[in-house]
Design a protein around this ligand. Sequence first.
Ligand code: SIN
Length: 193
Amino acid sequence: MSHNTQAINKTRQNLSEFEEIWLFGYGSLIYKVDFPILDQSQAYIQGWTRRFWQGSHDHRGTPEKPGRVLTLINAPDEICHGMAYRVSHEVFDHLDHREKNGYLRFETDLVFNSKKTIKGLVYIAPEDNDAFLGPASEQQIAQHIFNSKGPSGENKEYVLKLAKALRQLNLVDSHVFAIETWLNQFETETQNN
Ligand code: SIN
């Protein structure tokens, strides 16, 4: 699958049929809300876990030197906590452009803290997209992130801002926090050299 998913996403769901839509955010959509929202609430989705396995050509890296950003990987026993936003269908022109590097919109059940469950959408970069980088150790991922930057800024900023936002929401993600710890270690080593 091509890494540019903007056109494909337009054909996936007919969003104009919906007056309002809940969108689940688990990565940069948690800490960078650059679109109008009608409401927001913490929520989780079942059977998925965050991994920095997606290449970023357009935000945190370049086509020649992609950075690493999050996608969700199937994990039947896991829960991914994040933020759900109620939005109007018009914001998807912007979101499809922002998430165009490999992410497809999927329909999913969002579970709110109240246990109320509602159908929503989530952007996931599947393993067969051309920008997918796949697994590496958390140390290797952190090293890669430490050395990457793109039009949206340094790749490490993505991790550090997300880790801070997760803590503010009282959420824990061992993968994100482990990579944050490595990044802080590399930063200290660089300053001491
Ligand atoms: C998300 O945040 O939900 C999608 C991935 C990203 O934009 O970082």
